[in-house]
Design a protein around this ligand. Structure first.
Ligand code: GLA
Length: 490
């Protein structure tokens, strides 16, 4: 019996048709389709919630396109199917599929974010209800909180630990920040990134999840070590990792953070995309900027919006002490260089209290050479970038310690004038697409800092093709050459 194919529910019909056809032609053809609406339940979050994933897919020949909706995100995907196997990407830049899967009878066996789960045909009403839009406040300038006169320095859990972070690890990292000398070198903030969040109670108060039994006690412990404590949230209803965000609870969360003893908040756009557009960025970030000020506790405010919406122009106006100027860094030379090059047009906007943030350090995470990590450090120092180490401080090698705690390089980063370096053209070294050639001027940065930088960039540090010459002063050719290409050092 052969019937028409209508949507995904006809898969079995489709198969019977194909069997009939292959019986006729003796060809092993399996023309299954992923077209249709599918619902899967992904991993259990650390707060006990399950993440539902809703896929609305359309297949034409071997091409597949559609939408993936999770509790905190919606994204478009495109890809291909070969036999039963399909791979879907949300951007041409994706190195690996956002969602991959196989058709298995009436189900899809899916892989997303390294989790494996099964999706079945969705029923009406399985979709998440849309979030209600809360109109963001009218724009006004938020008063400066007086913090981050030099780029903030510390440690953050995300680059290495991602979701595998808990109270015990945080305390051990805090201990190691002291014993390794990191604290005394200036790295004082010890920050938990995403996945600490629990659920809200009936009054809307947010608790940590089981990995963090007592945030106030953890903050007290970190403070007892002479360190400061940071947490993470989102202006959206959900964070990037799909835990509860601060949407509609901004004042309440700011009060909670202050009561715990939080000194630093990283506020990550992610789930806000479900509700707002880039036109709303400034107002939405302003809301938490005000809430932090109202909390009465000095809290460094770190905007994490991947450089969207010309953030350098308004980051300080919303009370931001630093703002991301790039997408997420990864532990690779290409990623690191791509991020630093995006700093070029932002240079005029850095200064005491408000900094461009090319993302956290990958130094010591194992996928670059020590020479490359030394370059990473030097470039971040030149860019007056916040220095948030992202490695395992408990076990770092002497070479990594030396890179992270090179006091002379740190002096460049922490220079009180807060001038961010810009590229200049020297000899046959190319300028970075001519965006800007402003430089630090003679005398603006101490001679000690300049000499230190030169020393920190050893022969071979920039041993690959590198189109940008960074400089602290056009008049100091030795320094420029040392940063721009080690082949010039004899
Ligand atoms: C985003 C941020 C990262 C990290 C993760 C956590 O990708 O850019 O720095 O905070 O979210 O989910």
């Amino acid at each position: 019996m052969i019937r028409l194919l209508v949507g995904r529910s006809t898969k079995r019909v489709c198969l019977s048709a194909v069997f009939a056809a292959s019986a006729l032609f003796s060809l092993p053809i399996f023309a299954q389709t992923v077209t249709g609406k599918w619902i899967g339940t992904q991993r259990l979050l650390d707060n006990g919630e399950s993440g539902r994933v809703f896929l609305d897919l359309h297949q034409t020949g071997t091409e597949v396109s559609g939408t993936v909706t999770t509790i905190g995100h919606v994204y478009q995907v495109t890809g291909t199917i070969a036999g039963n196997h399909f791979e879907l990407f949300s951007s041409p830049k994706d190195a690996k599929p956002r969602v991959a899967g196989d058709i298995a009878g009436d189900e899809l066996k899916l892989t997303r974010d390294n989790d494996h789960f099964v999706a079945v045909p969705a029923k009406p009403g399985d979709e998440y209800p849309p979030y209600e839009r809360i109109t963001p406040p009218a724009l006004h300038d938020v008063a400066y909180n007086g913090l981050a006169k030099t780029p903030p320095m510390g440690w953050n859990s995300w680059n290495l630990f991602q979701s595998h972070i808990d109270d015990k690890t945080m305390r051990e990292i805090a201990d190691a920040m002291v014993t390794s000398g990191m604290r005394d070198a200036g790295y004082v903030y010890v920050n938990i990134d995403d996945t600490w969040e629990g659920v809200r109670d009936a009054q809307g108060n947010l608790s940590p999840n089981k990995k963090f039994p007592d945030m106030k006690a953890l903050a007290d412990y970190i403070h007892s070590k002479g360190l400061k404590f940071g947490v993470y949230s989102s202006p959206g209803p959900r964070t990037c990792a799909e835990y509860p965000g601060s949407y509609g609870h901004e004042e309440q969360d700011a009060q909670t953070f202050a009561a715990w003893g939080v000194d630093y908040l990283k506020y990550d756009w992610c789930g806000a995309r479900m509700i707002y557009t880039h036109d709303d960025l400034q107002a939405v970030y302003q809301k938490m900027g005000n809430a932090l000020l109202n909390s009465g506790r000095p809290i460094v405010y770190s905007l994490c919006e991947y450089g969207s919406g010309n953030v350098a122009l308004w980051g300080a106006k919303v009370g931001g002490n630093l703002w991301r100027t790039t997408g997420d860094i990864s532990d690779s030379w290409t990623s690191m260089i791509a991020n630093i090059e995006k700093q070029v047009p932002t240079a005029p906007y850095a200064g005491p209290g408000h900094w461009n943030d090319p993302d956290m350090l990958e130094i010591g995470n194992g996928h670059m050479t020590d020479e490359e990590y030394r370059t990473h450090m030097s470039l971040w120092a030149l860019a007056a970038a916040p220095l948030l180490a992202g490695n395992d401080i408990r076990t770092m090698s002497p070479a990594i310690k030396e890179i992270l705690m090179n006091h002379e390089v740190l002096a460049v980063d922490q220079d009180a004038l807060g001038k961010q370096a810009s590229p200049v053209k020297i000899g046959n070294l190319e300028m970075c697409k001519g965006e800007r050639s402003g430089t630090w001027h003679e005398g603006e940065v101490s001679a000690r800092s300049l000499a230190a930088l030169q020393r920190s960039v050893s022969q071979g540090s920039l041993h690959r093709e590198y189109p940008t010459a960074w400089s602290a002063s056009a008049s100091r050719e030795e320094l420029i050459v040392s940063v721009a290409g080690a082949q010039h050092i004899t």
